[in-house]
Write a protein that binds this ligand. Structure first.
Ligand code: SAM
Ligand code: SF4
Length: 324
């Protein structure tokens, strides 16, 4: 079992398989063009898998593949199959913007993927393209339908932004209700790569919007999930991911691995240790040692509630590198 320096059980590994993306979401990517990490710096799937096996053997029971856009990485389904064959009962999930799902859903399902979180910030074509930087809505909606049709379990992620999509919270809720899928509203997390003018909605404001039409009942956090669950009057459940809240980190159970091999204990802070050399040398003992050190030093809590971009310890890594 993996226990961090604050006594929390860590059993969840998020793996970013690429930082590259086919979208340029305003809350995640800089507007100006930038260069990607050279491909030779990325770990191969075999190298990532070597660390994943260490993590599973040490107690990780849940793995989420993310990015950047994970479906851009070639042969992702063979990587999914490697993990799923190694530990068939692992809770294996993927977070995607959905754009490539019309073609990829069946392959992902056949490879052993169980669950998908799909980002859907708007049901209006012009707003969706304003947020993502290109015309995306039809493909994303088609991707959601295809994923459901092949039998993947789907959740929707929405990041409500003031003056952009804050009028669509109830519409997205209804869209999900119609398909019997759960939506999670994510508070915008301030970061240095997002468009400066953006203003996110805080949890209380999101709940106030929902209350304009519904009565809601607080259900609580689902185990160590970052999502606080609520139910509408008819039992429909939805989640709120509110990292600005003080108790958000109490049960944090996760660590993150980037495509370059940086093992990151907390999204908010810059700290990370590389497992790249260890896995390139197939040095399992070293990889296990790095994992233990990262867990020992995992910070107690983020400081989004008092976000100040000038503080030194705030991570300069973008969410498309760490997987959000
Ligand atoms: N490209 C995939 C996608 O968009 O779903 C996976 C990577 S993305 C970084 C993972 C999640 O992080 C998405 O649900 C996205 O909406 C969320 N995200 C990205 N930047 C964020 C921010 N600044 N605040 C809150 N959520 C953010
Ligand atoms: Fe790409 Fe996802 Fe970031 Fe949007 S949120 S730019 S889809 S990585």
């Amino acid at each position: 079992m993996l226990i961090d320096g604050h006594g929390r059980k860590v059993d969840y590994l998020r793996v970013s398989v690429t930082e590259r993306c086919n979208f340029r979401c305003q809350y995640c990517m800089p507007e100006k063009p930038f260069s990607w990490v050279p491909k030779e710096n990325l770990l191969s799937f075999e190298e990532l898998f070597l660390f994943i096996k260490v993590a599973i053997d040490e107690g990780v029971t849940k793995i989420r593949l993310t990015g950047g856009e994970p479906l851009l990485r070639e042969d992702l389904d063979s990587f999914i199959k490697m993990i799923s064959d190694y530990k068939p009962d692992i809770d294996l999930a993927l977070t995607t913007n959905g754009y490539l799902l019309p073609e990829a859903s069946q392959r992902l399902k056949d490879a052993g993927l169980k669950r998908l979180n799909i980002s859907l910030d708007s049901l209006k074509a012009d707003v969706a393209s304003k947020i993502a930087g290109k015309d995306v809505l039809d493909k994303v909606l088609d991707g959601i339908d295809k994923a459901l049709a092949v039998g993947l379990k789907v959740k929707i992620n929405m990041v409500p932004l003031k003056g952009i999509n804050d009028d669509e919270i109830l519409d997205i809720m209804q869209y999900c209700k119609d398909r019997n899928i759960k939506v999670r509203f994510i508070e915008y997390m301030e970061n240095q790569h997002a468009q400066e003018s953006l203003q996110g909605m805080h949890g209380k404001e999101i709940l106030a919007k929902v209350k304009e039409k519904h009565t809601i009942k607080a259900l609580g956090r689902e185990g160590a999930s970052p999502s606080f669950n609520y139910a509408l009057e008819d039992g429909t459940e939805f989640g709120l991911i509110d990292p600005h809240k003080h108790d958000f980190c109490e049960n944090c159970n996760r660590i993150r691995l980037t495509a370059e091999g940086n093992l990151i204990p907390c999204l908010y802070f810059d700290e990370a240790m590389s497992i790249a050399e260890a896995v390139r040398n197939k040095d399992i003992e070293k990889a296990t040692q790095v994992l233990a050190k990262v867990l020992k030093d995992k910070p107690k809590e983020n400081r989004w509630s008092e976000y100040n971009p000038n503080e030194d310890d705030i991570s300069k890594r973008a969410f498309y590198e760490t997987g959000g």
